[in-house]
Design a protein around this ligand. Structure first.
Ligand code: DC
Length: 220
């Protein structure tokens, strides 16, 4: 097992941006676990399967071949990266993520992808469920208004009130579901990125990485 850095937190906290930058900096493999839930939602949508149909969606999650190659996401060898970033698929991902069969299937895939490598994996349950033994866990947060602002910048076509309602809805579902809800692991470092640039957040985490994982020595 390589080194594992787990970054969890709500939507719009900056997890992907930070995890990507850190992975590049440290030479780790970046794994976006949320993309995998989005893939299952996309496949269900394409099959006209209701997101809440536990049995069928669970089967799709088990059957899906999901590859994360650099910044691209493949479903059964098809590059579906762009189709994953719509508000409908974001909501669908949050709904299929409450399905225990889906979670079991995707957690197994996440552990398999990380096997034998140094990884930075981001999501909602990485430090609590997927890798409770991770060497470093960060809980990355930001105030709701800021998270809405960031999400709105990604979707300038959508009314801000709509983006805010969708984000609140998704966070509430992700935090209150029975199976692996989003919570801070007791041994995670809490970081609030409100008002901070990506550089500042990256530096703060790098300091912790150096102190914890390398006894002051640089990676690479
Ligand atoms: O990080 P994201 O916005 O791409 O994630 C989409 C949804 O997937 C999110 O609303 C909840 C779910 N998810 C999860 O339940 N567990 C994870 N480890 C990652 C994402």
């Amino acid at each position: 097992m390589g080194l594992i850095i787990a970054i969890d937190g709500p939507a719009g906290a900056g997890k992907s941006t930070i995890a990507r930058r850190l992975a590049k900096r440290l030479g780790f493999t970046y794994i976006d676990s949320g993309a995998m839930y989005r893939v299952v939602a996309l496949w269900a949508r394409r099959q006209n399967t209701d997101f809440d149909d536990l049995h069928r969606v669970g089967q799709l999650a088990e059957a899906a071949s999901i590859d994360l190659i650099d910044d691209r996401v493949l479903l059964n060898a098809e590059d579906v990266s762009d189709a994953l970033r719509t508000p409908e698929i974001a909501q669908g991902a949050s709904r299929v993520a409450a399905n225990p069969q889906v979670r079991r299937a995707l957690v197994a895939k996440q552990r398999a992808i990380a096997e034998g490598r140094n990884v930075i994996m981001e999501g909602r349950d990485i430090g609590t469920v997927v890798f409770p033994e991770a060497q470093l866990k960060i809980y990355l947060d930001a105030r709701a208004e800021e998270r809405v602002r960031r999400r709105s910048a990604d979707h300038p076509e959508a009314p801000v009130a709509h983006v805010a309602a969708e984000l609140a809805d998704r966070d509430h579902r992700d935090q209150t579901r029975q199976e692996s809800p989003l919570t801070q692991a007791p041994d995670a470092v809490y970081l609030d990125s409100t008002g901070l640039s990506p550089e500042a957040v990256e530096d703060a985490i790098l300091k912790i990485v150096r102190a914890r994982l390398t006894n002051g020595k640089e990676f690479q």
